[in-house]
Design a protein around this ligand. Structure first.
Ligand SMILES: Cc1cc2nc3c(=O)[nH]c(=O)nc-3n(C[C@H](O)[C@H](O)[C@H](O)COP(=O)(O)O)c2cc1C
Length: 253
């Protein structure tokens, strides 16, 4: 099982997103997954030119020669890709957006209708990786991930993948806080993310226990972990504090 994380934080390995990805990977590696964490800030990724030559002249291959030459095959060879980004202006970072735009060669330009009658791109390949989303925000509430949640559902639909897990942490700056007072909280939280990686990483999507019972509305959180040692009052509206939920049935594959 190969898991590759693409981290769009400009802070790269110094950031909170990186800390979350590494915690998730600690658990995933325990389950035997081969995990690679790629800070996109270290890569040269130019903007998409909008020329569509990856769909016309050189099907499946972008005309730009930069680090996407190495990243696209890694994306396609993964069983799970972790799309990791902090919330920037209620969205992904610019680095992550450039990376996502440059994924367009992996689908065929032709349209087809999905089960709901909405158009999307035809597959270029038989297999696409499942997606795990990892993010943190400056504001404390989980509501700041609404856009990311919908965005990755939409991307997965069109890019022929499936979002199998989402790990969202409001008030994420706390993760870089070194104070002894906060350490038990952050260590406990990261352990929880690791647990999500261990249980959810390699098996997520394949594990029948994550399927919702019949009749359960698609997209409802199937499982949540409360934060260990969490001071609910201090955390305010994020006190419900679920860090991960698994989704099923919202997107096509
Ligand atoms: C340009 C910019 C825009 C941001 N926009 C938001 C935002 O819309 N909502 C939010 O909750 N936090 C926002 N933040 C805060 C980041 O999400 C927060 O600092 C996060 O912990 C950074 O993660 P990182 O260390 O992995 O880069 C923004 C930060 C920057 C620099």
């Amino acid at each position: 099982m190969k898991i590759t994380a693409f981290n769009g934080s400009p802070r790269g390995e110094r950031g909170n997103t990186h800390t979350m990805v590494e915690a998730f990977f600690d658990g995933a590696r325990e389950s035997g997954a081969e995990a690679e964490n790629i800070p996109l800030v270290k890569k040269k990724i130019r903007h998409c030119l909008g020329c569509f030559e990856c769909w016309t002249l050189t099907p499946g291959k972008c005309i730009i020669r930069d680090d996407m030459d190495e990243l696209l095959p890694k994306y396609l060879a993964s069983d799970i890709v972790v799309m990791a980004t902090p919330v920037y202006v209620d969205n992904v970072t610019g680095i992550m957006k450039d990376f996502m735009d440059r994924l367009i060669p992996i689908v065929d330009p032709h349209f087809e209708k999905d089960e709901a009658g909405e158009y999307r791109h035809v597959r270029r390949y038989d297999k696409y990786p499942n997606i795990v989303v990892i993010s943190n925000s400056g504001f404390p509430e989980q509501s700041h991930f609404q856009v990311l949640h919908l965005l990755f559902q939409r991307i997965a639909r069109n890019m022929r993948s499936k979002v199998v897990a989402e790990v969202y942490r409001g008030g994420g700056e706390i993760l870089r806080e070194k104070s002894l007072f906060l350490r038990p909280f952050t260590a406990g939280y990261l352990k929880t993310v690791g647990k999500a990686g261990k249980e959810g990483g390699p098996d997520v999507g394949a594990n029948p226990c994550v399927r919702p019972p019949p009749g359960r509305p698609a997209g409802r959180p199937l499982r949540s972990w409360a934060l260990p040692g969490q001071n609910r009052r201090a955390l305010g509206p994020s006190r419900e504090g679920y860090v991960l939920h698994r989704l099923q049935g919202e997107n096509g594959s």
